[in-house]
Structure formats: structure tokens, C-alpha cells
Design a protein around this ligand. Structure first.
Ligand code: FES
Length: 284
């Protein structure tokens, strides 16, 4: 079983023909979700947590509950299961929108697996809509068959979503496993730092970006929390730094996310200058 699943995932990851459809689609979704308010809403920037994993709980929970009641032997039309299926259909809309927004920032194998994940979820949604209509017309048996098939599709989608998160690290805070020393550490001299020009230094093995702005020096972890982009290659715009990969914006003074797709703050470091040497240490 394990080998079959592994082979299936590898086949999807390497199936480059998917790109012909998925890449243009991701670009269109990327454009639609580009405005800051939309991106922040769908990414979970307002929540300090990725929105998509939470948004999926409601449709899955509602559909699964209807499935359990169906299984327990309701042979006659049941208003409760009909309502649960309907609630799941409505709740699937924000779940799909947030997933599509997250997916639009992916490329290569992640994008391919995400595309199949979305196809499985779309299949589930279509089947549940049909099931809902059958339930409204009192056709309980065919409704149950359709809902059961939909749950199977949700299971496939969940497996692929789990793979994206847990095996490929999509949506994981990319700074979380980095070492952050509390010891003051010399990293460079102040003459190396130019106004509003990010400079990457290393604290042990952790890359840190230094920014001189309005005569103050700021330091943030350089690995973008969203997907590991190099913040030191980003642009400083006013009091923010813009990630060069997907455009997340962080306040240089405290790392706060101003624009998604990042949903959590960028880690900050304390800075001091001693005899023209810049020293940093993790800000707790
Ligand atoms: S890596 Fe995606 S916004 Fe930085």
C-alpha cells in the first residue's frame, strides 16, 4: 500500500504535462488574488495563521457528519443530512478560494500535486451538489451513493494536501528550525551597511538581513517565513522589506506581516554597534 501511494505521488510530481494547464491557471489566480486585501484575507495574514487548513475543517466536518448519519441507516430523506451537505457546500467556497490563492504561489512538483488535490476537491464538491439536489427530491439512495463517492474524493485530496504540507513543507514557517542564538554575535562593520540596502550576514548558520533605515539598524531573519525566499535580495520600501519571491511585505522594525502570502511575522534580531562593529542576537 505504502509503495503504491509513494509511486502515485512521484508520478504526479513528475508529470510535467500538467504544467500546460496548471501554470497558466496559477497565473490567472495569482492576478485575481494579487490585491493586498484579497491576498491577506485568503492567506490568513489577518489571523496570524494560514487560513486554508482551518477553512477546510467545516466542509469536511459537515460532509463527514452527514455521511455518518447516512451510514447509521437513514433510508428515508433526512432534513439534517440535507442541511449538513448544504452547509458543507457553502463552507467549501472559502476553503477553495484560500487553497487556490496559496496554490497560485507554487511551482513545479508542488504545483502539480496541488492541482490534483484541487481536482479531487472539485470532484467532491460537484458530487455533493448533486447529492444535495437528490436529497431535495427525496432520492435518498442515490444521494447517499453520491455523498459517499464525494467523501472518497475528499480522502484523496486530504492525502495529497497532507503530502504538500508535511513532506514538501508547503505552508510551514521556514524560519522555525533555524538556530537563534541569544549571545551577542559580531556580524560585520557599520561601514559595510548602506542606507536601505539589505545586507545578508550569517549568525552561525542562520542568515540574517541587516537594514539601515533613517539612521537606525534593523535585523530580521533572512529566510522568508512563507516559502524560504531570500529577503536580503528584496527591496526596502519605506518601513518594509518586500520578499522577492511572492511579494510578502514585513515591517523592518518588528517583522510584522503587512502583506501576504506570509501569515506569520518574520523573526527579529536585536542590534547594537560596538566600536563600529555590528552585533546581533535573537530578540525573544
Ligand atoms: S517566499 Fe513567498 S513571500 Fe517570501
Amino acid at each position: 500500500m505504502k509503495k503504491v501511494l509513494d509511486d502515485m505521488i512521484k508520478a504526479i510530481e513528475n508529470f510535467e504535462e500538467i504544467d500546460q494547464v496548471s501554470t497558466p491557471l496559477a497565473k490567472i489566480i495569482g492576478k485575481v488574488t494579487h490585491p493586498r486585501l484579497i491576498k491577506n484575507a485568503l492567506s490568513g495574514t489577518w489571523l496570524g495563521h494560514q487560513f486554508h487548513p482551518m477553512a477546510t475543517d467545516l466542509p469536511i466536518g459537515a460532509w463527514l457528519s452527514a455521511g455518518v448519519i447516512d451510514l447509521l441507516g437513514s433510508q428515508t430523506p433526512n432534513p439534517t443530512t440535507r442541511k449538513l451537505v448544504g452547509i458543507g457546500i457553502l463552507a467549501a467556497i472559502p476553503a477553495a478560494a484560500s487553497g487556490a490563492s496559496d496554490w497560485s504561489d507554487t511551482v513545479g512538483p508542488d504545483q502539480r500535486v496541488g492541482y490534483v488535490h484541487a481536482l479531487a476537491n472539485s470532484t467532491a464538491l460537484s458530487l455533493q451538489i448533486l447529492s444535495y439536489l437528490k436529497r431535495r427530491h427525496g432520492k435518498q439512495k442515490s444521494a447517499v451513493v453520491l455523498s459517499t463517492a464525494a467523501l472518497a474524493a475528499v480522502g484523496v485530496a486530504g492525502y495529497l494536501g497532507g503530502h504538500l504540507t508535511l513532506r514538501r513543507g508547503m505552508g510551514v514557517d521556514h524560519s522555525v528550525f533555524q538556530n537563534r542564538t541569544e549571545e551577542w554575535t559580531k556580524v560585520t562593520t557599520s561601514s559595510e551597511l548602506k542606507n536601505d540596502k539589505p545586507l545578508e550576514v550569517n549568525v552561525g548558520e542562520t542568515p540574517v538581513v541587516l537594514i539601515s533605515h533613517n539612521d537606525l539598524i534593523y535585523a530580521l531573519s533572512s529566510t522568508c517565513v512563507h516559502a524560504g525566499g531570500p529577503l536580503a535580495e528584496g527591496e526596502v520600501k519605506g518601513d518594509r522589506i518586500v520578499c522577492p519571491w511572492h511579494g510578502s511585505q514585513f515591517r523592518i522594525s518588528n517583522g510584522q506581516v503587512v502583506r501576504g502570502p506570509a501569515s506569520v511575522s518574520q523573526p527579529c534580531w536585536e542590534v547594537r554597534v560596538v566600536d563600529k562593529h555590528i552585533e546581533v542576537r535573537a530578540k525573544l
